[in-house]
Design a protein. Structure first.
Length: 317
């Protein structure tokens, strides 16, 4: 077996999982205001941008060979019903228009959820019982997706984990004249401990309780396959597993069971752990990141959402 491991050329011929910048998606945070560029303390190297800075950063992402960004909005104000999420003049809607005008060839995917916009921080509408109500939340998520498509988003990515939201979004987008806008479904989004730094960046920590009532139990893998199959039946174009590395077995199962295009989200906690270990001199950051991203690709992911996308792109070339 060692004969094909002796040189870079032979290792390249025998390589099974190819990883390139074209497989990566860069998450970006946009905030209301002007001339804002705020570092996220728990995510070294990641910043929140107002729209002008976002456009500049997106240009650098594209120049690095990254073809797509995943956009998250941080509004100036929040309320109980997350009205900023589906406001046609909301922060994401304005950012999408600016990005598509400045970088028409860059694929802009928008996160569709209410958690960044609700005063309580949950991903849907909280009812009198204190639980997130499914159906009214789905209506507002579909409204949000339509507003993103109308602003020019190339794809929408519902991350809320409400039941039936993919079917509702697909139906309503088709009715509103957006039949060609793909849906990237967060099909298996786990109630994970690895989201903490993201919640700092997006200001989306729940005010009370947690999200285990709608996000998946980390112990379950068969359930992830059922979720994925339901989303495909409802009209999803690409599936997603989140987080990535702790759930590589789920990535492989979903890919094998569905054969559908699949993304995996290398989340904020995974990113920050690598950054912290590298800052302490405990790992070779470049080697560890490339190995990590390769493992996600090897497990079956066709696309990888990672905060390392822009930084890792030159390493992969």
């Amino acid at each position: 077996m060692r004969r094909l491991r002796r040189t870079d050329t032979w290792r390249g011929f025998a390589r099974e999982a190819e990883l390139s910048p074209a497989r990566l998606i860069q998450p970006l945070f946009v905030v209301a205001g002007e001339d804002i560029r705020e570092p996220v303390p728990s995510m070294p190297g990641i910043e929140r941008f107002s729209i002008s800075g976002l456009v500049e950063e997106a240009g650098e992402v594209a120049a690095a060979g990254i073809g797509a960004v995943l956009l998250f909005g941080v509004p100036a104000e929040k309320d109980e019903v997350g009205s900023g999420a589906y406001d046609d003049e909301g922060i994401v809607q304005m950012a999408v228009r600016a990005l598509k005008e400045a970088h028409p060839d860059l694929t802009v995917i928008t996160d569709v959820c209410l958690c960044e916009y609700t005063s309580h921080g949950h991903c849907g509408i909280v009812g009198p019982s204190g639980e997130v109500e499914n159906d009214i939340s789905v209506e507002l998520l579909a409204k949000t997706a339509i507003s993103h498509a109308e602003a020019g988003a190339d794809a929408v990515a519902p991350s809320d984990m409400m039941d039936g939201r993919i079917g509702s979004i697909r139906f309503q987008m088709d009715e509103e004249g957006h039949p060609n806008t793909p849906i990237v479904a967060y099909s298996a989004k786990y109630a994970s401990a690895f989201y903490g730094p993201f919640r700092d960046a997006a200001g989306s920590t729940p005010e009370f309780g947690d999200r285990r009532g709608y996000q998946m139990d980390p112990a379950n893998a068969e359930e992830a396959v059922r979720e994925a199959l339901l989303d495909l039946e409802e009209g999803a174009d690409m599936l997603m597993v989140k987080p990535a590395v702790p759930y590589l077995d789920v990535v492989r199962r979903v890919k094998d069971e569905t054969g559908a295009p699949l993304a995996a989200y290398h989340v904020s906690g995974e990113y920050s752990m690598l950054k912290a270990a590298a800052a302490n001199g405990w790992i070779d950051e470049r080697a560890a990141v490339v190995e990590t991203l390769t493992s996600i690709r090897r497990a079956g992911a066709d696309a990888i959402v990672t905060y390392y996308a822009k930084e890792a792109a030159p390493w992969l070339r």
